[in-house]
Design a binder for this molecule. Sequence first.
Ligand code: AMP
Length: 585
Amino acid sequence: MKTFEELGVAPKIVEAIQEMGFEQPMPVQAEVIPQLLANTQDIIALAQTGTGKTAAFGIPIIQKTDVKLRAPQTLILCPTRELCLQIAGDLTDFSKYVDDIKILPVYGGSSIESQIRTLKRGVQIIVATPGRLIDLINRKVVSLDNVHTVVLDEADEMLNMGFTESIDEILSRVPETRSMLLFSATMPKEISRITKKYMGKPVEVTIGRKNEGAQNVKHQYFLVHAKDKYLALKRIVDYYPNVYGIVFCRTRKETQEIADKLMQDGYDADSLHGDLSQAQRDYVMNKFRQRNLQILVATDVAARGLDVDDVTHVINYGLPDDFEIYTHRSGRTGRAGKTGTSISIIHIKEKGKIAQIEKLINKKFEKREVPKGDVICEKQLFNFVDKIEKVKVNEEEIARLLPSIFRKLDWLDKEDIIKRMVSLEFNRLIEYYQAAQEIEEPSENRSRKDRNSGEKFERSGKFDRDKGGVRKAEKGYARIFINLGKTDGANPANLMGFVNDHVPGKVRIGRIDLMQNFSFFEVPEGDARAVVKSFKGLYVDERKLVVEIAQDTPQNGDRKKKEDTPFWKKEDGGFGKKKGGKKKF
Ligand code: AMP
C-alpha cells in the first residue's frame, strides 16, 4: 500500500492528517486520491460510511483549491445538515496548515443571513444540503461559474430524501467542464440516470466487493413470532449489558412506539426520526454521541447524519424491503477497525430475506436463539461483578463515611456482604425472568393454517387465558382474574384471605383456580365490579396488581403470563422506592 506522499498528497496536508492519526491511506483513499488529483475522469465510488471516503475526496479537493481565487471552486452536496457539518469539519481539519482556504457549510434550519455574509466574503469550498443551496442560488448570492469539482456524497440517500429535482437544478448550473465524483453505498436505478446524464464515462471504484458489508461485522438473526418481537428485543439488549447500539425500525411511528416502550420499561433509550424537530434531533444525537444514551431507536433516514464509530450493535427490528438498506445499517457498526454485530429480529415470513441478503453481502448469518432468562441473569451478574472489580474508588471522598459504614456492617462477614450486594441489584431481574415465559421459536415447518391461527393470537394482544379450553363461571358467579399465582405463594386459603382483606365488607368466594403465575376466583356476579375496583392501583411488592373480570379460563395447564415492565429496570419503581398502595401478599 502506498503512503499519502506517494499518492501525491502535499506535505502540508500530510502533516495535518498525520496529526489526526491517519498513518496509511485507506483503500478508498488509495483509489480515489490520485485520480481526483489528476483530474482525468469522473468517478463513481461505491463505498459505505466508515470507509474513509470523506478524506478520499476531501484531501484532493483541498489540494486543488486555488486560495487566491475567492469564489466557489468545489461543491459538495450531501443529504443532511449533520453530514454537512461533519464534512466541513473534516475538511477544516485536513486543511489546518493551508492558509486562506474558506470552507462553508450551507444547510437549512440555520440563519441564511450569516451564510450570505460569509459567501460574500469569499468561499472556495461549499458543503451544502441541496434545498438551502437552491435557495441561495435563487437569491443570487452564490455563483457556481468557477466550480471545477462537484461531489455528491451519499447520493442514494439524497435521492431517497426527494432531492432529485434540486440536484438536477444545481448540476445544470455548474460548468460542463467540471469533474464529478459520486459516492453512494448502493446503486439504485435513479443513480444510474444521474451518472448517465451528468458524468462522462465515469470510472467505477468499488471498495471491497460490490455491496459487501463491512468485514468486521458479524451478522445474526433471531427468529420469533411477530408478537414476541419486542420481548425478544428486550432480552437481546439485556443480554448485552454494555450495548451501545442503534435499533432500526421501518417507520417513524414504529420508531417512536418502540422507543417509548423501551423508555417505559426503564431502558436508556430515545428515538430519532423525521417527525422530531431539528432541535430535538440534535439533542438526541448529541446524547448518543456522548454516550449518554445507550440505545438509539431510529429510522434509516434520520440516522444518516449520525457519525459514531464505536456502535457495538445494530439491531434490525425487522428487515428492510430494500436489502441494500441492510448494508447501510450494518455498516454503522464494525467501524474504524472495531468489531460489531448486526442483529436482525425477524418473524417467519421474513426468513426468506436472510438468504437473499446473504447473497448480497456475501456473508453468512448466524442463527441465534433468544437468550433464556437464566443466561441473561448470569450475564448481567457477571457484568456487575466485573464493574465492582474495575470501579475507581474515590478514596478521599468516601474516607469520611467509611468508619461508620464499617461499624454498621461489622456483624456481616465478606461472603454475606457480597451476597447482599448482588441480591440488592439482581433480585428484581431474577424474579422478572423467573416469572417470564421463555420466548418460543416459531416452527419453520408449520402449515399455513397453523401459522394463521397463531397470528390471530398474536394480534389479540391479550392474556393467553382467552385461548384454548375454557371454563365458564358457575351460575350466578363471575370469574375474576388476578396476576398472583403459585409462584407468589398463593394457595386457596391465603388468596381468599387476601381478597377479603381488600374488599370492603365480606364477599363470598366460589371456585378458585390457581395457576403458576396467576389465578382465577369466582365471586357473586353482583359483587364482581366492587371486587375489581377495590384492587385498583395496588402493588404487591413492586408489581402492579392486575385484577379484572374474566370471561373464561383455560382448563388444561398453565398459560403464559404477559411480561410486565421489569421493575428492576424502573428508575423509581425498582429497588427500595415503592409506588402508592404497596401491599404484601
Ligand atoms: P468516513 O468514511 O469518511 O466517515 O471515515 C470513517 C472514519 O475513519 C473517520 O473517523 C475518519 O477520521 C477515519 N479515517 C479516515 N481515513 C483514515 C486513515 N487513513 N487512517 C485512519 N483513520 C482514517
